[in-house]
Design a binder for this molecule. Structure first.
Ligand SMILES: Cc1cc2nc3c(=O)[nH]c(=O)nc-3n(C[C@H](O)[C@H](O)[C@H](O)COP(=O)(O)OP(=O)(O)OC[C@H]3O[C@@H](n4cnc5c(N)ncnc54)[C@H](O)[C@@H]3O)c2cc1C
Length: 439
């Protein structure tokens, strides 16, 4: 029994986890109020408008990519009316890493073979590794499959790879770029267990390893269709209201902002781990969880946008770069019609953080010119530095469960989906799982 005559769920935080929870609840016909501190939905996956020469340009706070393995994300998008073909360019796993003008590594998995044969043929025929190195990669993949990608004891990924005879060349060209892209954590800190979970899901079938590259900006992709769906299905959205307290009483909760107090039969707290502590004042039984998240470290993601002249493109929508500060470059012209606009990603901590934003943009432009000489001088640049983009996915990181010691009060958010690093998919799965716990 709750104090309210009917169910009313308050979801706190409208990032991917909160939006997924609210959508699932609306789908189930349960009255829901989604409360967000910012003026917009989306949290760490949102669009930002910048002004250049009195023109407003829509960018993302970071170039996001999804994988074929993001089943919950695709399902939720379908629920709110977004079809995959309109939202994403699906490209078969192809890792092409450039070092200046030369292709340092190229891995293509043949589409006509089922998994894991497609990976084995891919690794056998990839360029940039010696024959011996290719054999060590294939042996490791076979061993992982045999062990169902499980490890008894977690260990730093760099140690795990060395223990499994991976050379420094293989690590630099294959494993480190994958680790940075998937875990946003340096390989010397990263959890092998979580990395293997991602590998397992990615390589489980051949479609899971496809890259899904957004053709829309993040607001068009997620926030706008979700907001439309919620408003059509009795889901309330309150923006610009930071929740300050959650007061439990015998039968319900009062969710308190500066201006409002909203009564709830159930509460889903869908905040980032860095913000969790700020709403727990009246919930002492959650102290031990907050103590764990207080100890989390965070990793940055830098996105450097460079606008080139109209018509300038890359040979592919996504390419890897090694040997400098740049890690990946995306052609937003090919992807979302932003002609001549390149987005360069630099994940996790590193020497790029020593630069000022302008000097980093100059350095990135130089590295792009070295790799693609037709990319001469950019017309303008914009650096978006998300300093606490994700939690650092370290060895044995404690990850709280969705169920808490308080009845009808749940935790969602990327950090609560214990199998995954910080991802859209982990956040979505956590939100849907919490919504499904409400009976
Ligand atoms: C630059 C960048 C690039 C990334 N690239 C990828 C990628 O390519 N692929 C991928 O899968 N993942 C990527 N990620 C990770 C992914 O974006 C996150 O894991 C995911 O968005 C986290 O969602 P969340 O709902 O758990 O948390 P958040 O997005 O942090 O949502 C929490 C929400 O709570 C709100 N809030 C905070 N305090 C309060 C309060 N007191 N009251 C009310 N609301 C509050 C916040 O404003 C926010 O909207 C990237 C992240 C960044 C930053």
């Amino acid at each position: 029994m709750t104090g309210l005559a009917h169910k009313h769920v308050v979801v706190i935080g409208a990032g991917m986890a909160g939006m997924a929870a609210a959508t699932r609840l609306a789908e189930r016909g349960i009255e829901t109020t989604l409360i967000e501190a910012a003026a917009h939905l989306g949290g760490r996956a949102r669009s930002v408008a910048i002004e250049h020469n009195s023109q407003v340009i829509q960018l993302d706070n970071g170039q996001h990519i999804a994988l074929g393995a993001y089943h919950e994300t695709l399902k939720l998008l379908a629920t709110v009316g977004v079809q995959e073909k309109d939202a994403f360019l699906r490209v078969r796993l192809n890792l092409e890493m450039r070092d200046g003008r030369k292709t340092a590594f190229n891995l293509k998995t043949p589409s006509w073979l089922p998994a894991p044969l497609n990976q084995l043929v891919g690794f056998l025929t990839c360029t940039g590794l010696s024959w011996h190195e290719r054999v060590t990669v294939m042996s490791l993949m076979l061993k992982l499959k045999k062990d169902n990608y499980r490890l008894n004891d977690d260990v730093q990924l760099s140690t795990f790879l060395q223990q499994n005879q991976q050379s420094s060349n293989v690590i630099a060209l294959l494993w480190e770029p994958l680790c940075l892209a998937a875990l946003n954590t340096p390989i010397k800190l990263a959890s092998s267990k979580i990395f293997l979970n991602v590998l397992k899901d990615t390589f489980e079938n051949k479609h899971n390893s496809d890259f899904l590259l957004p053709k829309l900006d993040l607001s068009q992709l997620f926030s706008q269709p979700i907001a439309r769906y919620l408003s059509a299905n009795q889901g309330n959205v309150i923006l610009n209201q930071r929740v300050k307290e959650i007061k439990p009483s015998d039968n319900d909760y009062q969710v308190v902002t500066k201006e409002k107090s909203v009564e709830a039969s159930h509460v889903i707290i869908a905040l980032s781990p860095a913000r969790l502590r700020s709403v727990l004042g009246d919930l002492p039984k959650l102290n031990c969880i907050a103590e764990q998240t207080d100890d989390y470290n965070y990793q940055p993601i830098y996105t450097i946008y460079l606008q080139y002249a109209y018509g300038i493109t890359l040979p592919k929508p996504m390419l890897g770069l090694v040997g400098g500060v740049c890690q990946w470059v995306f052609d937003r012209g090919i992807l979302c019609g932003q002609n001549g606009l390149m987005a360069v990603i630099i994940s996790a901590q590193g020497k790029h953080q020593q630069y000022t934003q302008d000097s980093l943009a100059l350095r990135v432009a130089q590295e792009l010119r070295d790799a693609f000489p037709h990319l001469t001088k950019p017309l303008w640049h914009k650096v978006i530095a998300e300093k606490r983009a994700t939690f650092s996915c370290n060895v044995d990181l404690p990850r709280p469960a969705h169920i808490t010691p308080y009845p009808r009060l749940y935790l969602a958010g990327d950090y609560t989906y214990a199998d995954y690093p910080a991802t859209i998919e982990g956040a979505m799965r956590s939100g849907v799982a919490c919504a499904n716990l409400i009976k």
